[in-house]
Design a protein around this ligand. Structure first.
Ligand code: ACM
Length: 752
């Protein structure tokens, strides 16, 4: 039911059910955690006597609230005056436009907000005080006093609809879920190599050609040889649909930022209009993932096209920002193009990076002339930043630091904490993902203001965003799985006061929040009841410890049998063993997955280890000891606690036994995910103690996992072992990351 907007006062009746049992009010478990909350005694009864009052300017919020209650609780609304009230009041004293005060007393609920945004967030908080059980029509709400405001003004979620396309209905659901978390920005990644998804009326071939690809890669990019499904795939949003989504977002206080990628990730547009490229060749919309050489040529034809596109885009999106991409634009075609070289000379530019800066700056000027600002990925810093640009820092946080120090606004989306397309658990049964490892706790630990920034520079940090790239995310249900619960953790990072954040407390609230997601049938990942294990060495004694994030009982077995041993403390390990464990509730029901860990007590377990170079911080979860802890890494993933990743370095590992030890073999394995710039080394070399002899073993596999075993040294009694792992070298032309030095990923060094 919609309210008559001419009514200033509104009376809602909630018909009582015929039940005599009054349910307990819901205990406050609000996410994101408010700045301050004081629980008071008593409860407010939402029933047929409840009146809704709202001040001028809050009609939309009141309508939204009424619709929500009607749809969620199926409560018929009426318009008679009642004896208690919900009052949405204009309060100019609240300095933060998104802040609010919410007071639930026995006879009234008062919301004080400066404007609609604050009032909307107060309503979101109020919803979390209502029961999950929707059949209740007589609702008791805990008395409480809350003062709240967000820490950051930019609280974003991104969605790539180009690698896979998602329906208007799903985008609306995504926005609903974002609103629940008080997220206020939807970054809509609309154009890509694999598909153009926004209707541009002036360029019909974008709809006819660029919106569709002939087929799609099956499995992971690193699986060789590449295989395709042979099915045409695509779609796009009409301008009417886009307007509908923008309006829907606006009702939820969410701004939509469209991303129109340039100069890279533009293969689909060039397939439709080859004159936009540097070669003029007819290419096709990409059917696999990665970075492509085909980028827009900085010609007048291209600028005309992009300006025309922007003309239509600005009419659809009322927000302040247009995202222009700017990431991953290879310069090979520009190096080989006579026109590009002529522009470089004529404009006095140093190189192709400055040409990219010229491109972005020129587009920025045009977009600014339309009253909008640009956002670009951190590559837009290369060759000089466009004057008014906001930088989205994704390759770590250096881009944010550099831009903020230059006085530019920044948004943090580093892969290390904000890429929700990465794996979230090292469970072998996780659905296929692009790679990486980003568990919930790491998202929660994120601090958006890099420590290199002082207080003044820190003010340029507008906030943070979760990115959802969809190469390996084909369905709405899969999007939900990757986004939840990590977006919930991020909502607290960007909303809650830093000093209020506590992971243990968050997990307690999340257990409750999950019931709300269940009610909405959200396909969230639940790793709250996963068990984690760690091999410990103390005074030469080995033991294996188990942990869970919730304070629940862990039960385990060792070398077979039922999970009937209650975990009390580290389990002594005297021989190679297999441990299985799981979390149980008080009633003895198993809650999460069964955790299984094989421990291989080879001769190097417990030895000393040194590396000439530290692993890359993103791929150093287990630290150097992970190489000799008796535990091998995942067969599918290189970002777990066991694999170590090195960016471009030649690696020297030295291992010292406590005493001379007889050995006959050294074995390990390398990841070879070439699509992710990861290459197995061509060989490894080993030297013992102070001997001159060097033993070499070449690797001879092009599979995803490359095992290597060195046993050509006979039986040796040694104390020191030096292992050299020379980096693969430069990635060959035509491959992802061509010209860069490869990454090396190494697993357990098994010495027997
Ligand atoms: C990106 O992930 N290429 C911004």
């Amino acid at each position: 039911m919609r309210i008559q907007l001419s009514f200033k006062f509104l009376f809602i009746l909630f018909f009582l059910g015929c039940t005599s049992k009054i349910p307990e009010p819901v205990a406050p478990n609000i996410i994101p955690k408010p700045i301050s909350q004081t629980i008071r005694t008593g409860s407010f009864l939402l029933n047929q006597e409840t009146e809704l009052h709202f001040d001028d300017g809050f009609e939309d919020i009141a309508n939204y609230a009424l619709d929500y209650i009607e749809e969620t609780y199926e409560i018929q609304l009426n318009s008679k005056k009642g004896s208690n009230s919900i009052r949405i009041l204009k309060d100019d004293s609240n300095a933060n436009e998104e802040g609010y005060r919410l007071e639930v007393a026995e006879n009234k609920i008062e919301i004080h907000a400066n404007n609609s945004r604050g009032a909307f967030y107060a309503i979101q908080t109020l919803w979390q005080l209502l029961p999950v059980e929707t059949s209740q029509k007589n609702i008791h709400i805990q008395c409480i006093y809350i003062e709240d405001a967000p820490r950051f003004s930019y609280r974003g979620m991104h969605l790539d609809v180009a690698r896979h396309f998602f329906s208007v209905d799903f985008i609306k659901r995504y926005l609903d879920l974002m609103a629940m978390l008080k997220m206020n920005t939807f970054h809509w990644h609309l154009t890509e190599d694999q598909g153009w998804r926004i209707e541009i009326k002036k360029y019909p071939k974008l709809q006819e050609i660029a919106a569709f690809r002939n087929e799609t890669l099956i499995g992971h990019y690193s699986d060789q040889p590449h295989q395709f499904d042979g099915k045409k795939y695509g779609g796009y949003y009409t301008q009417k649909e886009i307007k509908e989504i923008v309006a829907y977002a606006s009702e939820r206080q969410i701004t939509v930022i469209p991303e129109i990628e340039m100069p890279g990730h533009s293969r689909a547009a060039i397939a439709a209009y080859p004159e936009l490229g540097c070669t003029g060749e007819q290419i096709s919309v990409a059917t696999k993932w990665g970075v492509f050489e085909d980028v827009y040529c900085p010609s007048e034809t291209t600028f005309q096209f992009l300006e025309d596109v922007i003309d239509e885009v600005v009419e659809l999106f009322p927000g302040k920002y247009i995202h222009i991409g700017g990431d991953e634009a290879p310069k090979t075609q520009w190096k080989n193009s006579a026109l590009c070289q002529q522009i470089i000379r004529e404009k006095g530019l140093k190189d192709e990076h400055e040409l990219q800066s010229y491109f972005i700056t020129r587009m920025e000027k045009y977009i600014n002339s339309k009253g909008k600002q640009i956002i670009g990925w951190d590559e837009i810093l290369e060759g000089g930043l466009a004057p008014n640009a906001t930088v989205m820092s994704w390759r770590g946080t250096n881009g944010a630091v550099e831009a903020a120090k230059e006085g530019h606004n920044v948004i943090l989306t580093p892969g290390s904490h904000c890429y929700f397309d990465h794996y979230q658990s090292d469970n072998e049964n996780e659905p296929l993902a692009i790679g990486g490892f980003l568990p919930l706790e790491r998202v929660y630990s994120f601090e958006p203001i890099p420590e290199e920034l002082n207080a003044k520079e820190g003010k340029f940090v507008l906030g943070a965003q979760g990115n959802v790239w969809t190469e390996y995310i084909k369905t709405p249900s899969q999007v939900e799985y990757m986004v939840f619960p990590r977006a919930i953790a991020l909502s607290e990072v960007v909303w809650s006061a830093k000093e209020n954040r506590d992971y243990g407390d968050f997990v307690g609230r999340l257990e409750f929040f999950n019931q709300r997601l269940d009610a909405k049938k959200v396909n969230y990942a639940n790793h709250l009841y996963d068990v984690k294990g760690k091999l410990e060495i103390q005074k030469g004694e080995l033991s294996y410890s188990l942990q869970t994030t919730t304070n629940k009982q862990i039960k385990y077995s060792i070398n077979g049998g039922n999970l009937n041993r209650s975990y009390q403390g580290p389990i002594p390990i005297k021989q190679s063993s297999e441990i299985k464990a799981a979390v149980f509730n008080k009633e003895g029901t198993q809650l999460g997955n069964t955790f299984t860990q094989k421990i291989n007590l080879h001769k190097a377990v417990g030895a000393n280890i040194q590396l000439n170079v530290a692993p890359h911080p993103k791929y150093n979860v287990g630290g150097k000891q992970a190489l000799i802890n008796g535990i091998s890494g995942s067969n599918k993933r290189y970002g777990d606690t066991e694999w170590l990743g090195f960016s471009g370095n030649d690696l020297e590992i030295s291992i010292q036994f406590k005493e001379p030890t007889e050995i006959t073999s050294i074995a390990t394995r390398f990841h070879n995910g070439n699509g992710q710039w990861i290459y197995a080394p061509k060989e490894i070399q080993v030297q013992f103690d102070n001997e001159e002899a060097i033993f070499t073993q070449k690797t001879n596999s092009s599979e995803l996992l490359v095992p290597v075993k060195l046993d050509n040294f006979g039986v040796k009694k040694v104390q020191n072992i030096s292992i050299s792992i020379p980096n693969y070298g430069k990635i060959p032309e035509g491959k992802q990351g061509a010209g860069h030095r490869a990454w090396t990923f190494v697993d357990e060094l098994i010495i027997n």
